[in-house]
Design a binder for this molecule. Structure first.
Ligand code: DNO
Length: 342
């Protein structure tokens, strides 16, 4: 496996010169953050992102994410324009030598948590998801600063968007995902780029809006759209692990040919669908990380893994889930797990 680290570009307080001091860290996962969703990523921007990473002796291994415009997820009349732009961005990325591109098909809200600074017993802070709270609130009127939300929407725009999704079923969303993949996969295949879909986080419907990438049945259906290896999976242990029924090692063994990117982190499942993010260690959460590593070793996984969210420790402040220290500890733990299982 190739260890990697997410870097949010020049404004990220976690700088490349620090990242490269993490043992065995050579690959960067990044994206272009200031091109509005749906527009083409220009070649020059991709090349300059790549150059800034290479200047530090690291390599840009994965794009996370090339986001999918809501018109595509909603199946609206102008989706073809956005799909054409998506294809163009994919080609530009392929020409720059990028082989793995991550995306998600979560309507409106990407990853959702209710508390970004939940204090753990040891004084560190972590991300928490309280399901009862989510069920009680209206996402438009509640002033929540959730990490995965597209902040470019006004409240009115968000309300209108949510209203549209309330008329969309899971079936409709699957149909729209199929339409999108049937269009973009030929380009990915032609340029040998692996598209990897991130699971819904958490993997269930929120605010009456459908979500479809949740576990085994979702992956079977995804691959029934197209079984090319380029129709890939970003295997996120923390997202899939929110559902106890998801047997992570079994999923890895079953869908391994399509797994081209892995996010490793641990969560502790609490009552009634709530969960808290813990350190990466197996014994601190609900996920047996060693068995995940063993399954990846069994399928001879050679691609990229990144330590996912960390807690905030040692007084660090910064982007929720994406500080340096605890993710670096996670990276070192992952290295140890693989050294052990190999
Ligand atoms: C959160 C991330 C997600 C992920 C996207 C992929 O920490 O795992 O925001 O990047 O869902 O498209």
């Amino acid at each position: 496996m190739q260890l990697s680290f997410r870097w949010y570009g020049d404004t990220d307080p976690v700088t490349l010169d620090k990242i490269k001091q993490i043992p065995d860290m050579k690959n960067i996962v990044s994206a272009i953050y200031d091109v509005p969703v749906g527009e083409v990523w220009p070649k020059e921007r991709i090349n300059s992102l790549k150059a800034s990473i290479e200047k530090e002796g690291l390599s840009l291994a994965v794009i996370e994410s090339l986001p999918v415009h809501e018109s595509i997820k909603l199946g609206e009349a102008d989706r073809d324009d956005y799909i054409a732009n998506y294809k163009e961005s994919l080609k530009n990325l392929a020409e720059a030598g990028i082989k793995t591109v991550c995306y998600n098909f979560m309507p409106v809200f990407d990853w959702t948590r209710t508390d970004l600074e939940h204090e753990l017993e040891d004084g560190s802070t972590a991300l928490l998801y309280d399901h009862d709270f989510i069920q009680k609130i209206d996402p438009v009127t509640t002033n929540l600063n959730l990490p995965g939300w597209d902040e470019s929407y006004t409240k009115e725009e968000m309300a209108a968007l949510i209203e549209k999704y309330r008329h969309i079923s899971e079936e409709d969303l699957w149909e729209n995902l199929g339409y999108f993949l049937n269009e973009v996969l030929p380009i990915a295949i032609e340029h040998d780029v692996d598209l990897t879909i991130h699971p819904d986080d958490p993997p269930w419907s929120l605010f009456g809006i459908p979500r479809i990438i949740k576990g085994r049945e979702s992956y079977q259906r995804l691959l029934s759209i197209n079984n090319a290896k380029n129709n890939g999976i970003c295997f996120c242990t923390g997202s899939l692990g929110c559902l106890e029924e998801n047997d992570l090692p079994a999923l890895i063994r079953e869908f391994g040919d399509h797994i081209h990117f892995v996010h490793m982190r641990n969560i502790k499942r609490l009552d009634n669908h709530s969960f808290v993010e813990t350190s990466h260690l197996s014994k601190e959460g609900s996920i047996d990380m060693k068995e995940v590593a063993r399954a990846l070793k069994d399928i001879n996984y050679q691609k990229t893994i990144r330590p996912d969210h960390g807690r905030m420790i040692w007084g660090e402040t910064g982007k929720a889930g994406y500080g340096l220290f605890d993710r670096a500890l996670g990276a070192t733990y992952i290295n140890g797990l693989f050294e052990g299982v190999e």
